[in-house]
Design a protein around this ligand. Sequence first.
Ligand code: ZN
Ligand code: ZN
Length: 330
Amino acid sequence: MKPLLYALLSVGLLLAPSAHAQLAAGSMAVQWNPGAEDCAAHPQPPLQVHPYNAQTFILRENPCSTEEAPFMYLLLGSSKALLIDSGDVADAKLMPLASTVMSLLPGEAAAKLPLLIVHTHGHLDHRSGDAQFQQLAHVDVVGTDLAHVRQYFGFKDWPNGVAQIDLGDRIVEVVPTPGHYPSHLTYYDRTTGLLFSGDFFMPGRLIIDDAEADKASAQRIVDFVSQRPLSYVLGGHIELDADGQNLPMGGSYHPHEHPLPMSKQDLLGLPAVLAHFNGIYSTDGIFVMYNQTRMLWLFGAGVIAVLLLIGLGVRALLRRRNSRRLLRAG
Ligand SMILES: [Zn+2]
Ligand SMILES: [Zn+2]
């Protein structure tokens, strides 16, 4: 190659717009319905839809409809639509998920864009809505157990490797992130730079089933995003208030919630946060990390210890009474 041409090409490459500049813009300006303390007195729409942009929708189930109040994400490509998670409510009369999603798909009734439903993981609050789509044409639902996930996405060396979903002019990358759940997946949309992290990473409690797998996932996702532009990290729930305090569990009212989006910087800090996890229960900044099974075992062991102590106390008391009675009789 001639030096001049090489120099011109080099300058051209340097001046090429960065990948950041190419991300499709969107808006996170939304006020999520907070639910209510008395849902009967203050009924709210069961499902809220926020258009991030014309091809990307964020759906949220109201805390009055389910205490989990999960988020779901709908991405439209030119040949296919993708729904990430289907929420906590199976009954279409209580939660109009399928009808809402279908109404957002372009095309008339018979010629709707085909829909693929995938999940971040198999906990029921992320897949109960699958039932509403079963009878619909041109809808495929991917299972959530590890065998299904590995086979569908072609992960030969789980949890390594990155799969792709081609929606037509829109590629979504799929990264294994086990730890909260054995087949947990995180999705990255190249078009918007959004990362959908489910319950692996969110403004809330990080429930960690397998600490070693979770730490490895954190490093894997940090390596993955370090090569890519990232607009927002969007998880499966909001469980913190605006001050970073945990909202009470099981409540139907989420006043002053922490914003849903987390930043690339937040995510890059995850390995350091997880390094403080003692395997049972730890806190670091806004994050509470715990292993539910071990907490239950610990609670169970505590209850048994208290019962044993009470039993021993009662036995000692009875023995003392008996010996007093014997003394008096003697
Ligand atoms: Zn979960
Ligand atoms: Zn969840």
